[in-house]
Design a protein around this ligand. Sequence first.
Ligand SMILES: Nc1ncnc2c1ncn2[C@@H]1O[C@H](COP(=O)(O)OP(=O)(O)O)[C@@H](O)[C@H]1O
Ligand SMILES: [Mg+2]
Length: 338
Amino acid sequence: MVALALVTTLLALLGSYAFYTVWFLLAPNSFPGPDSPGNWLPTPLEWGWMALTVVVALGAAILFALKLSKPIVTPLNAVAESLRQVAQGNLSVRAGFDAQSRGEAAQLVHDFNAMAERLERMENERRFWNAAIAHELRTPVTVLRGRLQGLTEGVFEPAPALFRSLLTQVEGLGRLIEDLRLLGLAENGRLELRQELTELEAEVTAVVRAIKPSLQEAGFAVSCQVDAQPVLCDPVRMRQALLALLENALRHAVPGPLRVEVRTSPGRCHLLVEDCGPGVPESLATHIFGAFQRGETHGQGSGLGLAVVQAIARAHGGDVICRPSTLGGTAFDLHWSV
Ligand SMILES: Nc1ncnc2c1ncn2[C@@H]1O[C@H](COP(=O)(O)OP(=O)(O)O)[C@@H](O)[C@H]1O
Ligand SMILES: [Mg+2]
């Protein structure tokens, strides 16, 4: 920038000098010089004036260049330095904002910081997922190994009850793998649905019938209210979501009335599951639909159930929310466009 300013100043100076020369050569008489009319060389005074002009212009150029370049160079340096640290694996670094930087430079710092934040969040999520998956796999695998080792060494009798418990562990593992697969597909936007016009009444009845014995045994009284109108959805996925919500009620709600409802309005369908308490723990309320998020009071679930429900709702172009129910507990409302 300094060089550019200097060049511009010199050009202006030489240009004016050439202009005077041409003028002087074409009409020497109309241009009376301080000495003789034929002398086109600058006088010492003019030389002095030109030198002074250059020095003043150069000083001003340096000042302007420094002032103008600071808001651009400072954020660029900050971004470059932070970028180097990100490349070395330090994702917590952020480029500092210069109060004077505006426009594209400020936007660059802002975009860089947003990118670094996103990278850091993704890295943290990846670590959290790895730790959570390892944790979920460890218990059933340890149980399986212990029992199988006991069988091999003759410590356990090969009785049907033992095989049933082994099967339960394997089923749990299979379900965990299936949930993780579904969430992985949903995250990549590749969860494919087989949508068709579905009589939700039949689907809801089938799911409720399958889980009713457990619910009744636990003391729940299930009531269903389903709009008969066929709606567009993937019936298998909807059954899966409803089953997860009912299993949650069975596991996390106190026994009492349990309401399953399908409500359709033009262009929209709601699948509601409501229980009578105690409601979602306060500490969980904001992130209850996140993977591996679960309450403290039980040791069974993997914390993937509601994440799967949300993935299914979103794959249908809808969503799921939870709110207080008129029954006194939680209402899960899965809704989508039809
Ligand atoms: N109907 C409900 N009533 C109260 N809390 C619930 C209910 N459903 C879910 N929750 C809370 O949300 C958490 C996450 O549920 P979910 O993702 O299905 O995982 P999991 O059932 O495996 O624990 C549960 O651990 C529980 O604390
Ligand atoms: Mg669950």
